[in-house]
Write a protein that binds this ligand. Sequence first.
Ligand SMILES: C[S@@+](CC[C@H](N)C(=O)[O-])C[C@H]1O[C@@H](n2cnc3c(N)ncnc32)[C@H](O)[C@@H]1O
Length: 209
Amino acid sequence: MIYKFYQQHIFPHLLNQVMQTPSLMDQRRQLLLPIAGDVLEIGFGTGVNLPFYQNVETLYALESNADLYQLAAKRIHESAIHVQHIQAYAEKLPFADASLDHIVSTWTLCSIENLAQALIEMYRVLKPNGTLHLVEHVQYQDNAKLQHLQNLLTPIQKRLADGCHLNRNIEQALRDAHFDFTEQHYFAAQGIPKLAQRMFFARAQKRAE
Ligand SMILES: C[S@@+](CC[C@H](N)C(=O)[O-])C[C@H]1O[C@@H](n2cnc3c(N)ncnc32)[C@H](O)[C@@H]1O
């Protein structure tokens, strides 16, 4: 009962605040400004990305959590973009094969329960030259102590932050799902706790097979 209250009435507001940390807003700008056309955003959340889409016509805003989506109402109202809410999970995308030019994920791949299945779906719906644009917090690869702590604390983090894993190797998950990178780098985000500070910024396309 208390946990349900936390999830419905406290967590959405906490998330909305944390996701507006200035260093993350800078990354959103860098990731999203070059995108033009129609976009599927996986895990639209409270709509923090909206102001950074400058040349987007239709945004398919995939968000299954109604408590988060309702906090996006003002941003949607103020945006010139046509926003179409898709109430679905990334593990089963309601789009045809090879139908999309762009998919965006910002700090969402950490939370998807079945990441491998979601990446199969993203691969399926992207056009051959389509691009998956992402920025995500990830597992440390060069620091065994921090990696151990990320593993240790992920069960608690999942409870506190709606399924979020601290310990995912997103680069490897994408490679395993047959994506190649056209751009990629790691960085440490300022203003974020150490255990979620290591970030992966990338653009990926379907491997030519
Ligand atoms: C940390 S929030 C990030 C929200 C937003 N992308 C942002 O940048 O502010 C994680 C998001 O992933 C979404 N999510 C969790 N599981 C999902 C799933 N299986 N399919 C699609 N979205 C999911 C949550 O509802 C939430 O919107």
